[in-house]
Design a binder for this molecule. Structure first.
Ligand code: FES
Ligand code: FES
Length: 166
């Protein structure tokens, strides 16, 4: 019989807020976000690094939270889909995914949103090839990807327009 290692105090910064919980040190970031911090927006898919449903941002870069240990995420800025909207205002990506039908069952959507958010934070005018390359690690069984690519391109366009009017 294997004995679970004792719990440790984890201190994580998630969506700009310091959070703490007691958890086993071998838990993944995905497990701690969902089970210990109650942030269930990040989805539990293959748990093997194949589907991208669990994608979150770590210091602005997409990571597969099923393959990252929570203990190693301490000291980094974690961003999940719960942190994408600004108060009552949806992120442009959330808006365009809803408008274009890029979310059907929606299970893959948080992962796509976080991957796309990272892309649009570094690339203001992504080409279709840039978008397809960025989302290559995210799988969707429903949409055929075309509407997802459209939604990301439309969000990029709106974010450029917004930036021009600031
Ligand atoms: S659940 Fe992490 S890649 Fe599938
Ligand atoms: S919308 Fe169903 S898996 Fe992508």
């Amino acid at each position: 019989m294997t004995v679970a290692p004792p719990k440790i105090l984890l201190q994580l910064r998630v969506n700009g807020t310091d959070m703490a919980c007691a958890a086993h040190p071998n838990k993944t970031l995905l497990e701690v976000l969902r089970e210990d911090l109650g942030l269930t927006g990040t989805k539990h898919g293959c748990e093997m690094g194949h589907c991208g449903a669990c994608t979150v941002l770590l210091d602005g870069r997409p990571v597969l939270s099923c393959l990252a240990l929570a203990v190693e995420a301490q000291g980094h800025e974690i961003r999940t889909v719960e942190g994408l909207a600004h108060g009552p205002h949806l992120h442009p990506l959330q808006q365009t995914f809803a408008e274009t039908g890029a979310a059907q069952c929606g299970y893959c959507t948080p992962g796509f949103l976080m991957t796309a958010a990272a892309l649009l934070e570094t690339t203001r005018t992504p080409s279709e090839a840039d978008i397809r390359q960025a989302i290559a690690g995210n799988l969707c069984r429903c949409t055929g990807y075309t509407k997802i690519v459209e939604a990301i391109a439309l969000a990029a366009e709106r974010m450029r327009e917004q930036a021009e009017h600031v």
